[in-house]
Design a protein around this ligand. Sequence first.
Ligand code: 3BY
Ligand code: FES
Ligand code: FE
Length: 420
Amino acid sequence: MQISNELRAMIGRRRPGYSLEAPFYRDKEVFDLDMDVIFGRHWIYVGVEPDIPEPGDYFTVPLGRTSVVVVRDDDMTIRAFHNVCRHRGARLCDGDKGSVGNVVCPYHQWTYDLRGNLIHTEHMGEGFDRSQFSLKTVHVGNVAGLLFICLADEPPADFEQMRREMEPYILPHRISDCKIAYEEDLIENGNWKFTMENNRECYHCKANHPELTVSLYEFGFGYQPSPENAEEVHAFRELIEREHARWESCGLPSVELEFLDSRATAFRTERLPLDKAGESQTMNSKVACQKLLGDLTQRNLGGLSFWTQPNSWHHFMSDHIVTFSVLPIDPERTLLRTKWLVHKDAVEGRDYDPKELSEVWHATNKQDGSLVERTQIGSQSAAYQPGPYSPYTEELVEKFMSWYFKRLRTETGQESAIVS
Ligand code: 3BY
Ligand code: FES
Ligand code: FE
């Protein structure tokens, strides 16, 4: 994509450790570049295997003006296609989710099988070669049941490393044996980078998240560490080490992995203790589902978190999983798609109550949505100028932004390519 000299200069003069110049959160040119370079050329987290348990099940993913259909075919393979008919371009699948035998275009009924082959058309004549009009495919990546798509012809090859490194962490929670107990789409009135900046820090947690901070340790998640709190931070690090040893001895990898810098497919993970009962991110920090995930037998396994760039975070506990996908709609609106997973044999009403299960993150998402909107509004005032990130509690915000700029510069040819 060609970019203007102004944008090129703005990318070039980004000041590390500071929030961005206002146009990065508002301008259409920046948004188009984000959709091309960031969302068009990286692995984007979109959903989970239990979204589509049966052949013919599909879900749609809105990404700016693009829509992708993720579908399970008759052989149980998960595939993804552009949600665009090869006849005259009509949107094929409606709604967020559904189930089909074949994909039939509502306009003139061109019909595609679940592998994207065009198998039926009327009035196109004898010589019409349907094989030339298959649906356009999109790459699918699967990390232990977490589904990613990549719109690029050649996706970043380092996805494989992320898969290899993350599978041992995630597999014990057995996503493939889960069902979605609750899901929610929230439209945040802000640029997607505000959503991500907000997620990468917990500086705001104490004042804004009464429900989430029931189970979060004050010094966990980069919540309040700073030199003034050196003693508490040290004690928390010791607790982490003890808990890691306990969890690792039960076969649960727990140590932090951080690859946020040098990779196209950047991520970070760590299993952290939870406060109070230490079982789950709930209003009383006890499990919300009596049936535990996979073969897990202990409830107090803390929370395994997995953060990916550009667009997701996930929390895995002994009883449930919460997973978040950030999907830009336009420069000033972002869809946050959240799913709560429990064991597929857990019975609603007996083992869990969807309201209790989702209470903490439902409230937290709403609070974060208002913070994002507040920042969108404030930062568009003439008085706004980029402000400094805390070197203690906003370190991961800076890491997100430095990755973002590295990717922009690499992909727009302002820097020699980094290894992917
Ligand atoms: O969900 C997260 O990963 C971050 C860290 C803790 C709170 N939060 C919004
Ligand atoms: Fe799909 Fe005509 S646009 S069949
Ligand atoms: Fe928050």
